[in-house]
Design a protein around this ligand. Sequence first.
Ligand code: M6R
Length: 607
Amino acid sequence: MCGIVGYIGMHKAADFLVDGLSKLEYRGYDSAGIAVLDKGKIRLDKCVGRLENLKRKLGGNMPEGTVGIGHTRWATHGRPSDLNAHPHVAGKFAVVHNGIIENYLKLKEELLAKGHKFISETDTEVVAHLLEDKYEGDFEEAVKQVLRVIRGSYSLAFMCEDEPDMIICTKKDNPLVIGLGEGENFIASDIPAIINETRRTFIMSDGEIATVTPDGVWVQDVNGVPISKKVFIVNWNAEAAEKGGYDHFMLKEINEQPKAIRDTMTGRINAEDQTIHFPELNWTEEEMAEINKIFIVACGTAYHAGIVGKYYLEQLARIPVEVDIASEFRYRSPLVDGNSLTIVISQSGETSDTLAALREAKRLGARTLAVTNVVGSSIAREADQVVYTYAGPEIAVASTKAYITQLLAMLMLSIYIGRLSDTIDKKLARYLVSCLLELPKQVAQTLENTKLIEAQTAHYAQCNDVFFLGRSLDYAVALEGALKLKEISYIHAEAYAAGELKHGTLALIVEGVPVIIIATQEDIYDKTVSNLQEVKAREAEVLAIGFEGDTSLVNYADQVIYIPKTDRYLAPLLTVVPLQLFAYYAALARGCDVDKPRNLAKSVTVE
Ligand code: M6R
């Protein structure tokens, strides 16, 4: 996730670009840059770090030109650096990009063979060179040629020195809005960037190409067929606009999960032959054979993702796994050696305990792998290898979309290792991939039940304690459901492996005590239902979560939330969604500060 802006009109472009980018920093902030057409030439100013750095660099020396594009970056390909910052320039062209160009390596090879020289590690620079390569005097036509060959997800804005009166932009699977002014027009990834300038906007759809001039905007498809767009007037205030119209970042991020899943699968799942690849790992059978134990180390929500990861790795890759809380691991003299792999999971890549645990594992000679959401973070830099989750920046303290992508990364990794080590057959791997391909749609479907969950939550919001139960993978998700509820609603919540209840905690289950029970794992389904009956017999108030088509839960539970049917391995990626919404609406009903819960910080960089 990155932020892009563009301006064409009668004022200094740089003023809008810098201001617009400041409203988009929530989309990425590892580097920023602008390209302005100044006296017919592209002037490029960009640098690593937050927008403040760029502003300092520009100082009083702002470009004068009235046409420009800008970018604030959340790195995907290539670490944050001055050279990797956007815009990228090739010859007469400047480009800004939000998204991932999947086939950039192949395109880069072809361009290298034709003599193009690259200075960055990004996929975006390939687009700039491709445009230069396709250009034969017709800017629009060259853009269309580029769109015919690139694959992936993008919103893109292009500028050309030969055409000082136009910016061309387009999108696929990433947002792009146009703001309409008088004698000036605006381009942005999101409405907050333009709201101070105009409220007349339209939203670009996939495959549309807009040619933006000071006097108008012309939209067509790749074949030149004109498209007429409906203008709408934005009536959100600036704060609501930043949250995409949602009341809180947490709710926005919960709703971004289908996209976060799609982005994390991109380049790793081959939908045609239903296989999984990790080009960034490229492990061999021999290398895998050397690993006899895996340690997963993390904190908080990421630790819960690690527990799910243990089930995946042990069942699919048949390697023994220990999961540790990072603050424990670092001091417990773990029996880590050169034949073990330590996987650290961290959204921010900066959590102090997780970083220390990673260093300890390395000191003991383990191979290390980071699963993180932040390119170039300390953990990403120090681990031997990295698998990135592509959730985009997560602003709310409560982790939601990062967690779901961590589960996805662990499942894809387990299938990948399972195939390498031959512990699962091709048929099962393909079947799981086919289920994964359905997942974004199913998460979106689950999100549609929001109203239902909101209504069911109102009642629970008044309780002092909530118990979460489940077995196997359902237990692992119950842990996350309880943490979510605690941290944002301040309701005391505990998760138990359902079979463990009778060893003590059942004493707390009395009339009216709320219990949320997850029942998706078919191999132990009957046992989970017995546990449900146990708590119901003590007159607990039970909310069950199960698969659509499960007709039995309704006989025992007071209320049931259904999730779309999928394989049991994927169930955690669906059952967590109502739990996140449950926590959100409970916190809302109790008047809590959802995005900034008391005593907590987004990134815990102290021990
Ligand atoms: O950035 P990390 O994933 O390393 O952070 C770990 C935890 O601090 C984090 O998951 C925390 O538990 C969340 N606030 C939970 O929502």
